[in-house]
Write a protein that binds this ligand. Structure first.
Ligand SMILES: Cc1cc2nc3c(=O)[nH]c(=O)nc-3n(C[C@H](O)[C@H](O)[C@H](O)COP(=O)(O)OP(=O)(O)OC[C@H]3O[C@@H](n4cnc5c(N)ncnc54)[C@H](O)[C@@H]3O)c2cc1C
Length: 383
């Protein structure tokens, strides 16, 4: 029996995927989520990816599940639906993915304004005085909290994307779809203004009626080769993972110098804007991370955790963080190339499940989702 939430809701009944052969390129959260939902809807779907699934940004993400910023209403709605889908998966008894909704805590510049905004739009938010923090958010050193206090968002959470991607691959295969991992850098095959397939590293071509390009940071470059402009704000990124140690942290912390969340197995993961700026991308496509950057991140994390534990790095995830130039997701049909769809987002963790669901529905039914209207790639056509 399929373990997917969609199957339980009976989506497959009466749907045969319109007999379309769909190839999804990219085994991150956006590609696997869409592929699993396509299989659930009866499409003939193959997921091809360069390496193993979750080898890109999804394998090294902080993946704080939130809609904490001042977003336009359509983006806020999509993110809130994203949180809702995670809660649905988290409630499944047979869930494999590590998902937690133990809240988010933030302090620092601009956070009070954020709190006012959140209260105005009904986003769950509480202002905590510094002395209230220890009692409400275990594992935090109150002395590190800003004197004016901190913003608690009790409905936020985090996901471990590699375990989610693993679960989605199972859903894909349970639903009759196929995974082709280690396929190398695949290329789109386009003829007469229509995508007709995907060429893998060994030169073989998977024929397709529809292709979803979900290759993370590689999306803008592949589209540019087809003459389609999607502005690219992609940055370097660094996630440091600690080995297990004794801590009580359950919430996601966003502090001026470091973001920290618990990780499956008992460690924590950390990132920071200043640290990603210190990552150097080499010409050969590899990345250099200085020891001082990692040590600095560990020091900053220790300073915000109760007891100020001495932290070590278990591993580092370094690479590119996919970011559309205008900061908003790029989802749906690609203008000028029939049959080609795209999924490219900065908030791929938060919107991963809902975006996959809506994209799969569009591909199978041919009906554009109004929920994705603000995120179409054709918004850049006149740039
Ligand atoms: C440090 C960090 C922190 C983050 N924090 C958050 C957060 O707090 N909240 C949040 O919502 N999001 C966060 N994100 C963003 C989120 O993790 C990403 O948006 C999401 O993982 C992107 O998923 P994806 O499927 O688009 O891309 P990826 O996970 O990068 O997957 C793309 C896949 O495509 C493959 N591929 C690329 N080119 C080809 C090709 N030509 N042929 C075949 N395969 C190819 C790659 O190998 C890769 O496996 C963070 C990301 C990072 C790196």
């Amino acid at each position: 029996m399929s373990r997917s939430a969609g199957a339980a809701a009976g989506y497959r009944d009466g749907m045969e995927g319109n007999g379309r052969r769909v190839v999804v390129v990219g085994g991150g959260v956006l590609g696997t989520s869409t592929a699993a939902q396509l299989a659930l809807r009866g499409a003939d779907v193959t997921l091809v990816t360069e390496d193993r699934p979750a080898s890109g940004a999804s394998g090294r993400s902080l993946s704080w599940l939130n809609s904490a910023g001042s977003y336009p209403p359509a983006y806020h709605r999509l993110r809130m639906l994203g949180l809702d889908r995670y809660r649905t998966v988290a409630a499944r008894e047979d869930r494999v993915a590590a998902i937690a909704f133990d809240g988010g805590l933030r302090w620092g510049e601009g956070v009070r304004e954020s709190f006012e905004h959140q209260r105005a739009i009904g986003y769950p938010a509480e202002w905590l005085a510094r002395e209230e923090v220890a009692g409400r958010v275990p594992g935090v050193d109150p002395a590190a909290v800003a004197p004016e206090g901190a913003l608690l968002n009790p409905a936020e959470g985090w996901v471990d994307l590699p375990s989610l991607v693993d679960e989605l691959v199972h859903d894909l295969v349970d639903g009759g779809g196929e995974l082709r991992a280690d396929a190398g850098r695949c290329a789109l095959v386009v003829s007469g203004g229509r995508v007709t397939g995907v060429r893998t590293r060994d030169g073989s071509v998977l024929g397709a009626d529809v292709v979803l390009l979900a290759t993370g940071a590689a999306v803008p470059g592949s589209l540019a080769e087809l003459g389609v402009h999607v502005p690219d704000g992609t940055t370097n990124a660094l996630l440091v993972r600690t080995p297990p140690f004794d801590h009580r942290l359950r919430a996601v912390l966003n502090t001026p110098r470091v973001a920290v969340r618990p990780a499956p197995g008992g460690g924590v993961v950390l990132d920071a804007g200043w640290a990603e700026k210190e990552v150097v991308a080499r010409d050969d496509g590899t990345f250099e991370v200085r020891d001082s950057t990692v040590e600095g991140l560990l020091r900053e994390a220790s300073a915000v955790l109760a007891g100020n534990p001495e932290l070590t790095a278990g591993s580092c995830g370094v690479g590119r963080k996919p970011i559309p130039g205008d900061g908003h997701p790029v989802l749906g049909a690609v203008p000028g190339v029939d049959g080609l769809h795209v999924a490219f987002s900065h908030s791929g963790a938060t919107i991963g499940l809902i975006a996959g669901e809506l994209l799969a529905e569009e591909i199978v039914t041919g009906s554009p989702s109004p929920l994705l209207a603000a995120f179409r790639p054709d918004r850049f056509s006149s740039d």
